[in-house]
Design a protein around this ligand. Sequence first.
Ligand code: CTP
Ligand code: CA
Length: 227
Amino acid sequence: LEGQPVGKPLAGKKAVVTSGPTHEPIDPVRYIANRSSGKQGHAIASALTAAGADVTLISGPVALPDPAGVNVVRIETAQQMLDAVQAALPADIAVCAAAVADWRVADEAGQKLKKDGSGRIPDLKLSENSDILATISKVGPNRPGLVIGFAAETENVIAHARAKRVRKGCDWILANDVAPGTGTFGGDENEICLISGENAASDEVWPRQDKAGVARALVQRIIRHFP
Ligand code: CTP
Ligand code: CA
């Protein structure tokens, strides 16, 4: 049990975690979505719970069981995820691990779109979804004391992640290399660099490990952050 927190160091702390994809309906039977298994977010919710935190997990559609001892709120769309996150605030800790769809279909069809035999392709108009991580990172009475996001990148991983941290206003970003061939997407392992400052001096490169290991490492880091 090396590396496991002793006792319940996060007892009395409230945490909100987002996990999984969101589904943005095109019509009643079709949707657009990002790839996400939910494994990493769910593992973080479990590890926070094991450390004694009171955890609300806002999850998109995933093929995973609800983690034990966690208050799970299931949603489908990015808007529903944002509403559920805001309803779960205030919190001490927020971890945005969801792969939120960046766009939704602007004029969702009430009935199934039908191919009419002419080969005509529907002209889908998209709108940008709200950025949940950026929204909760904004200064205000409900801003969690520690806001953590992920940056899944396929190239220039650290540079893109560092820019994302500043753009979104969160405290930490876990830069995750998801380039094809790393096996991280949908797989069981992740390759993480924790970025907590504007220059490389504060970067922490973690050994490649399974998602439960990443979750435990993150929780160790969170425990150290709180006095
Ligand atoms: N995120 C979010 N709400 C969104 C989009 C992203 O909360 N609408 C969060 C994710 O949960 C993650 C972080 O923002 O913690 C980064 O997501 P990512 O998709 O890597 O960044 P984007 O800003 O969407 O940029 P892009 O997809 O263009 O790289
Ligand atoms: Ca995105």
